[in-house]
Each structure stands twice: as structure tokens, then as C-alpha cells.
Design a protein around this ligand. Structure first.
Ligand SMILES: Nc1ncnc2c1ncn2[C@@H]1O[C@H](COP(=O)(O)OP(=O)(O)OP(=O)(O)O)[C@@H](O)[C@H]1O
Ligand SMILES: [Mg+2]
Length: 274
């Protein structure tokens, strides 16, 4: 068999990350021996108690931080820094308030590497394509303050996708939204991710959330972490059929997965509040 075909898209092997406070020398072991392979086109959710190292994993894969020990690879090559091949989105991912929807979505194309080889007409066409993809047609000329929270997150997602990453790294991207908008955007996200497309065309996605049902609804696999130090506690394969819609939440298997994840993180979550 061809090794490249079987190679995971992302590989973390024995990843450890220690933070040392500069003044006190206090050492926090944020990640201890984390190993995880993620395949092309997979949608992986990471859940776990606050402080278990979820964002640290994402930052390391994004190349914004380096592990203290261990291997982090994309397509078999070490990740040495950030790049346009990995799109990162945070919960409070800020839009440029002085730019319109169009301006925000096209920002990376106009000012960053991905748009360099494109003519202005090509960039405009690409922006229009992504405005449509996130269902914001008609709102192109609005400014962020004129948009709802859900619309803003759609703009942020479109801006990310317009740069053509093959990996999406999403750190609680829906966390600031109200419950109804959040449920709508979860389904939207699966559509945009390419739920009906073949695996090789889907974006490999790492999605962090505190919301267990969100994780079950979205994921192919859910990574459950434990804290102090941050470790992978268990990995569940969510073999619910795709495409998924609201009705999947009523499926008894959906409830079983959610219960199982809650059972795994319950004790630590309760300790964290105590
Ligand atoms: N830059 C840093 N300097 C020092 N300690 C850090 C730094 N970043 C994270 N930590 C510590 O590492 C641990 C893991 O943090 P991380 O932000 O990855 O957790 P998390 O799982 O994303 O938490 P949350 O669910 O609250 O977002 C925590 O104990 C945190 O205090
Ligand atoms: Mg975090």
C-alpha cells in the first residue's frame, strides 16, 4: 500500500507541553503524552473540563505554540509555524469593524499570501462565492455592528474558508451564541464542511467545545480529555449516519453517546466548580 494514502492528515505523538511562569518558575503541565491521529476529512471534536489543554492542542497544531516534547505533523511533515493551510477561529474571533462583510471575507485575499496570484476580479468572485456559501447574500455591504452574533460568526467562517485552508481549527466558535442560533449554525457548519461530499473533499476539522451535544451532533470522533495534566481520556467514534439533521438528536444512540461523554468528564467538571 502507498504510505501517503494511509498517512493521517494530522498526527500528534507523545505531545507534552509545560508552561513555566517566568517570575515564580511555577510549572504547569498543560499536556502530558497526548497522541492523536486525525484523517483527511475527519471532523474531530475535543471536549473536556476547563484547563485540560484543549486550546493548547489547537495552538500547537496551528503552529502558534511549540510542544515541549513530542511530534506534531501535518501530511507527515513537522509543523514548524502558522500557515494559510490551517485556518484558526476562536470564540471571540474579531471581525474588522471598519470593513464590510465583503471586506472582511476578502481581507486575507487582498492582504495575505493566498490571494497574491489572483486578479481583483478573481478575488471578487471568490468573495462572492463564500458570501453565498454562508448564506449572507444581500448583506455584503453591512458592517459587523449591523449584524447579529450568528451572522458575524458566519462572516468569520467565510473569511477563514476564503483563504483555502485544508484544515480548520475551531476553538469554541459558537460559544458566544444563543442556544437557538447555535443549533442552526451547527447544521450550517456541517453543510459548509461538506457533509455530503466525499471524504477527500471535506476539510479536516478540529473543533473544541464545552457542549457535549454539539460534539455528538458534529463529530466523526469525540476526544474526551482529562485535566491536571491534560491527557486523552477516551476517544468515541460517533457512527451516526450523515447527513445529519435535527431528527438525529432524538435517536437513542445520540443520547447514549452524550451520556457516555458526560460520565467520562463528570467528576472532573464537578471538581472544577467546587
Ligand atoms: N501561555 C500560558 N502560560 C501559562 N500557562 C498556560 C498558558 N496557556 C495555557 N496555560 C495553562 O495550561 C493549562 C491548559 O490551558 P488551555 O487553555 O489549553 O485549557 P482549555 O482546555 O482550553 O481550557 P478552557 O476550556 O477553559 O478554554 C491551564 O492550566 C492553563 O492555565
Ligand atoms: Mg480553551
Amino acid at each position: 500500500m502507498n504510505g501517503a494514502v494511509n498517512r493521517p492528515k494530522l498526527r500528534l505523538q507523545g505531545v507534552t507541553k509545560a508552561f513555566v511562569a517566568p517570575r515564580t518558575g511555577h510549572r504547569t503541565l498543560a499536556l502530558a503524552d497526548v497522541s492523536l491521529d486525525i484523517d483527511q476529512g475527519e471532523f474531530v471534536c475535543i471536549v473536556g473540563p476547563s484547563g485540560c489543554g484543549k486550546s493548547t492542542i489547537l495552538n500547537i497544531v496551528a503552529g502558534l505554540d511549540a510542544p515541549t516534547a513530542g511530534i506534531v505533523e501535518k501530511d507527515g511533515a513537522p509543523i514548524a509555524g502558522p500557515g494559510p493551510d490551517r485556518g484558526v477561529m476562536f470564540q471571540d474571533y474579531a471581525l474588522y469593524p471598519w470593513q464590510t462583510v465583503q471586506g472582511n471575507i476578502g481581507f486575507g485575499l487582498n492582504y495575505g499570501a493566498p490571494g497574491k496570484s489572483m486578479s481583483q476580479a478573481e478575488r471578487d468572485a471568490r468573495v462572492a462565492e463564500f458570501v453565498k456559501l454562508v448564506s449572507l447574500t444581500g448583506s455584503e455591504s453591512k458592517y459587523p455592528h449591523q449584524l447579529s452574533g450568528g451572522m458575524r460568526q458566519r462572516v468569520a467562517l467565510a473569511r477563514l474558508l476564503a483563504n483555502g485552508p485544508d484544515i480548520l481549527l475551531l476553538d469554541e466558535p459558537l460559544g458566544a451564541l444563543d442556544a437557538q442560533t447555535r443549533i442552526i449554525l451547527q447544521a450550517e457548519l456541517l453543510r459548509i464542511w461538506g457533509e455530503t461530499a466525499p471524504r477527500e473533499q471535506r476539510k479536516t476539522t478540529v473543533f473544541i467545545t464545552h457542549d457535549i451535544e454539539e460534539a455528538v451532533f458534529l463529530a466523526d470522533r469525540v476526544v474526551v480529555m482529562s485535566s491536571h495534566p491534560g491527557r486523552v481520556r477516551d476517544i468515541l467514534t460517533i457512527d451516526l449516519p450523515r447527513p445529519r439533521d435535527e431528527s438525529i438528536r432524538a435517536d437513542p444512540r445520540f443520547g447514549h453517546f452524550a451520556d457516555e461523554i458526560w460520565r467520562l468528564i463528570r467528576d472532573q467538571a464537578l471538581q472544577a466548580i467546587a
